[in-house]
Design a protein around this ligand. Structure first.
Ligand SMILES: Cc1cc2nc3c(=O)[nH]c(=O)nc-3n(C[C@H](O)[C@H](O)[C@H](O)COP(=O)(O)OP(=O)(O)OC[C@H]3O[C@@H](n4cnc5c(N)ncnc54)[C@H](O)[C@@H]3O)c2cc1C
Ligand code: SF4
Ligand code: SF4
Length: 948
């Protein structure tokens, strides 16, 4: 329901009455075809909100080119709505979709739970004149810049200056705009995402034009996420790119060139001035503008920043039972976290509403499949513009006309977005109307959209495997953006090849497999226990496997979090609930010996407390956590005054006077990571240092505390604690790689002390600090068993040896192996709340699987022609999924593929010496016809002749 807001909420968890108010579009949704004729004729032009007001749009328009639904709407600038004049759109709309009689509509719905996913808004730099936004023509926000970079943006992907529409050759980014500031109207917290999105913008700018000089003025670089450190290095190492650590001011605009002069200072060179063609303000994230009204409407509390306050133990819950939050409304977060908090919120709704599961679902019924095997191919080709992604490079009408000349093609058509709901429906309708029996979609990668297009064929009563996608985006328009004619020629080739293959496609059947309703959770730490409880709360048995004697993991060693949560009391409660849950079966001192089976039907053998047992389960969650690095440096292990931060926290908690009564203490950050061997940030240790420092200041305000750091990565709302630590007198000293501090044991008046020597760039000299205690931010390493567990569950590891998720942004709790999920620090170091969020997220994904009675196995799998099999076993060795085994047949020992385990990757059939294995949907005939269509025999002969 678009154009709709919540007007009021009454009731309680399990039974809410919600009044929705839908604004009029003045367009009848069912009738509008999204053709855009009305937009063409509308005489009113005004700044386009979607493109940040940089380009113009019309009073009637589709909000953006991939909008769902792809239906126009008329806004308040319309002449008819204002003055009853004009009415042109009504005259030109062929679908008779314009309806000025529409009025706001109220609807009441009854729901059991509510998820607030109201997100964030970019900070508006107009609140502070010093940013020059709106004053200097060529100062833009990062959101403006996102639109400039986009192919559906104001200049179709060209980055142009506002003042003269020229390409800027020298661009500066200014970080922390609206964030980490105490100025009225700005936010004290760190927005967490802008360091990395700026690096992305630099990389994309260089992709657009490698000659552009890019300069980023920053404070700390907060590359705290998985792979962020490498991403930063990639941006930093691009030629013509500078990252300068400095506060800046936007000084003035040069009257003639409209270039912007920035003043900045560095320790090495003092104050400098430099002019840039364009300046991008890396704006932070605000809570939604109407957040107070929203909170009042839903009767939920907000924290002083305007985000949903977390109780600490359940960041997805609000103070009002039945109302949950997901995404950046929890506080600034990036996409992966938003995705898993969404899944987590879904899981919590599931916990609440489990008793009604399945009551409102309706099974989708497809028309009966038509047998077309005896028919001549009648192929339909649909060529997608993908907004301007394809059509700004490839000549789409020409490609459509060419497709119509190909053998077997009886119909061809262009579409603005083939993946839009109405376009998919159009493919179904046309397949029926034109009697098509095969379809080629010339669009983007099949990776994400093939299931959608297959579905359109099922809706048309055709076997879904009669569909092929010709990738003319990633394989063509994106890589040949500057060679339009050649790209169009290549698009023709790709379409021709696809049509040739499609002629030979065969109908394949998928089959349903029963799902075992139990889950296995490996690891009984915070993540594993939270996940197990959420799954069990929805009626599923859980086998929880823990390597140690006790549950709890690393959290057993933490007294409290930076935000003040009493970790031990939460842990006690969690462990109690796990033990009391009759659906959770715990194995202590357990080791996994083997894992067989497939999604929905795994068998895992576990050795626990000396006994071996096999458990059957439909899903597996890997939550084996992480471990602390044992430092080899800074006298750790040699001098008992040197601790790790984790040990320091434990010493504080048990009141160890060596620590609590110390006169002075140094905390050294980034020990054992952010180096060549471990090129990642351990994410939690900056906050860990702040937590320990603040706790010690509370106990002993006189203690001299120094934090020697590289970048303080107190991202998000943790920034407030960084400020508090500075206010309480904690001293921060920055060091650069190569300038690591030196720690020596010294004796002073008979007392042993530690001398820490560190170059101070601010003072330009070496500082010598004689202190009682040194604490090291020891890196977080993957758990010792990570490789073994990865091998057993056939999942992969990322370069830093943490588990690798299926998709870094969109599938952050899934593995590529179906039915296996991950959460907690086994994925990457993360904070307590982040771990809880991800654990609920993983539970959500598990429930999505276990809620079904069956899973569907693909029809595109390998099959052995037993007559040709010489039982050499080459295929068995090649298969990474253990999908092939020997079976005894009347003709002897033959290889046989278990279609459920087969992933159709084709490794086995490439190895088979007798070509006995067929990979269905990628048969030799299909592939060879595609190759033959790529280049004719005559052309090959001509090329050979030319070469000799
Ligand atoms: C050094 C360090 C400092 C930290 N400081 C803070 C902080 O100040 N604030 C904060 O919010 N967060 C901090 N964290 C993060 C916090 O500990 C985590 O967010 C949280 O505890 C992770 O929970 P987990 O369940 O993923 O991992 P863990 O707690 O490590 O639990 C994993 C469990 O799996 C078990 N296991 C391992 N291998 C196997 C196997 N093969 N089979 C079965 N079981 C297995 C382990 O024994 C353990 O019980 C810190 C983490 C570390 C490592
Ligand atoms: S430090 Fe934080 S607020 Fe500043 S740019 Fe980086 S992520 Fe954004
Ligand atoms: S101390 Fe830890 S969190 Fe901070 S920058 Fe270093 S590795 Fe990252």
């Amino acid at each position: 329901m678009t154009f709709t807001e919540v007007d009021g909420v009454e009731g309680d968890a399990g039974d809410f009455k919600v009044v929705l108010k839908t604004r009029p579009r003045y367009i009848t949704e069912d009738k509008c075809t999204g053709c855009g004729t009305c937009v063409e004729y509308c005489p009113v032009s005004y700044p386009d909100k979607f493109n940040q007001g940089i380009s113009q749009n019309k009073a009637v328009h589709v909000y953006f080119s991939q909008a769902i639904p792809l239906v126009a709407y008329i806004d308040e600038s319309c002449l008819y709505l204002k003055e009853k004049k004009c009415d042109i759109c009504r005259g030109v709309c062929q679908a008779d979709a314009i309806d000025f009689r529409q009025r706001p509509k109220k609807t009441e719905i009854n729901v059991g739970a509510i998820i607030l996913a109201v997100g964030i808004e970019p900070f508006d730099p107009r609140v502070n004149d010093e940013y020059g936004y709106g004053r200097f023509a060529n100062v833009v926000t990062s959101m403006d810049y996102e639109r400039l970079l986009s192919s559906t943006g104001p200049y179709e992907g060209q980055v142009l200056r506002h003042s003269d529409k020229k390409h800027p050759k020298k661009i500066a980014w200014i970080q922390c705009v609206g964030s980490r500031r105490m100025t009225p109207g700005e936010n004290s917290y760190c927005s967490g995402v802008c360091c990395t999105y700026t690096q992305k913008q630099v990389i994309l700018t260089k992709d657009h034009d490698a000659t552009v000089e890019c300069t980023v003025f920053h404070n700390d670089i907060r590359a705290f996420g998985k792979d962020f450190e490498r991403y930063f290095q990639r941006a930093e190492n691009l030629p013509g790119t500078r990252f300068i650590r400095s506060y800046v001011s936007l000084d003035r605009e040069l009257p003639e060139s409209k270039n912007v002069v920035i003043r900045y200072s560095t320790f090495a060179d003092g104050v400098k001035e430099e002019a840039f063609d364009m300046v991008v303000l890396a704006v932070g994230l605000n809570p939604p503008a109407q957040v107070k009204e929203l909170a009042a409407k839903f009767q939920i509390e907000l924290n002083h920043h305007g985000f949903s306050p977390s109780s600490g133990v359940n960041p997805v819950a609000t103070n009002r039972p039945g109302i949950f939050v997901s995404g950046a409304f929890q506080g600034p977060t990036d996409i992966p976290e938003s995705v898993f908090t969404a899944s987590g919120a879904g899981s919590q709704c599931g916990e609440l509403l489990d008793y009604r599961r399945g009551k409102l679902t309706r099974e989708r019924v497809y028309p009966e499949e038509r047998d077309v095997s005896g028919e001549e191919p009648r192929i339909g080709v649909f060529v997608c513009h993908c907004g301007a992604n394809i059509s700004s490079v490839v000549n789409v009408p020409e490609t459509v006309a060419y497709a119509l000349t190909l053998p077997g093609v009886v119909y061809a058509k262009q579409q603005l977005f083939s993946c839009a709901t109405n376009s998919a429906r159009e493919i179904t309708d046309l397949a029926r109307e034109k009697g098509l029996n095969r379809v080629v979609i010339a669009a983007c990668s099949p990776r994400t959209l093939e299931p959608l297009f297959r579905d359109t064929l099922r809706e048309a009563g055709l076997n879904q495997y009669y569909c092929d996608m010709a990738n003319i985006r990633e394989h063509c328009s994106w890589v040949h953006a500057k060679q339009k004619d050649e790209a169009t020629a290549k698009a023709r080739d790709i379409v021709r090849m696809s049509v040739a293959r499609t002629r030979h496609l065969e109908p394949l059947q998928e089959f349903d497999l029963a799902v075992n309703k139990a889950a296995l959770v490996v690891g009984g730490g915070l993540a594993g226990m939270t996940c197990a409880l959420s799954i069990a709360a929805q009626g599923h048995p859980v086998y929880l496997v823990e390597k140690e004697k006790e549950l709890g993991g690393v959290a057993r060693r933490l007294a409290r979090t930076l935000e003040g949560l009493d970790v031990q009391s939460h842990l006690r409660d969690l462990i109690r609930r796990v033990y009391q849950n009759p659906l959770i079966q715990i194995s202590h001192e357990a080791r996994i010996l083997s894992v067989t089976g497939y999604v929905g039907n795994f068998i895992t053998t576990i050795k626990s407390e000396g006994r071996v047992k096999a458990v059957e389960h439909g899903a597996s969650v890997l939550a084996i956590g992480a471990q602390e690095y044992q430092p080899q440096e800074y006298l750790y292990g040699e001098n008992d005054q040197v601790f790790t931060h984790l040990e320091l926290g434990e010493a504080i908690a048990r009141g160890d006077e060596r620590v609590t009564q110390a006169a002075s203490l140094v905390l050294i950050q980034c020990v054992g990571c952010r180096n060549e061997e471990r090129n990642y940030c351990s994410r939690v240790c900056c906050s860990h240092a702040l937590k320990n420092a603040l706790h010690l200041k509370e106990l002993n305000p006189e203690m001299a505390i120094y934090i020697i750091f590289r970048d303080m990565r107190s991202y998000g709302l943790r920034e407030d604690f960084y400020r508090e630590a500075a206010e309480r007198g904690v001293m921060f000293i920055r060091y650069e790689p190569g300038g690591e501090p030196l720690v020596e044991a010294v004796s002073e008046g008979g007392a042993s002390r530690l001398r820490v020597t560190v170059p101070d760039p601010v003072l330009g000299k070496c500082l010598e600090l004689d202190v009682d205690v040194v604490s090291l931010a020891a890196a977080v390493l993957p758990a010792a068993d990570t490789k073994e567990i990865a091998g057993l569950f056939k999942v992969t590891l990322s370069p830093d040896n943490f588990f690798k998720e299926a998709h870094v942004k969109l599938k952050p709790v899934e593995f590529a192996a179906d039915g296996v999920y991950l959460c907690g620090t086994a994925h990457y170091p993360k904070h307590f709340q982040e771990t809880i969020n991800q654990a609920y997220g993983a539970a959500g994904r598990v429930l999505t699987l276990l809620a079904n009675d069956t899973v569907t196995a693909s029809g595109s799998v390998c099959e052995v022609r037993e007559d040709d099999c010489v039982s050499c076993g080459a295929c068995i060795t090649a298969c990474t999924y253990d999908a092939i085994t020997f079976v005894e047949t009347l003709k002897g020992r033959k290889a046989r593929v278990n279609p459920v385990l087969c992933k159709g990757d084709g490794l086995c059939n490439a190895k088979c010496p007798t070509h006995a294995i067929v990979l269905k949907h990628f048969t030799d005939q299909e592939i060879i016809s595609q190759i033959d269509a790529a280049i004719s025999r005559d052309e090959i002969m001509q090329q050979i002749a030319a070469a000799i």
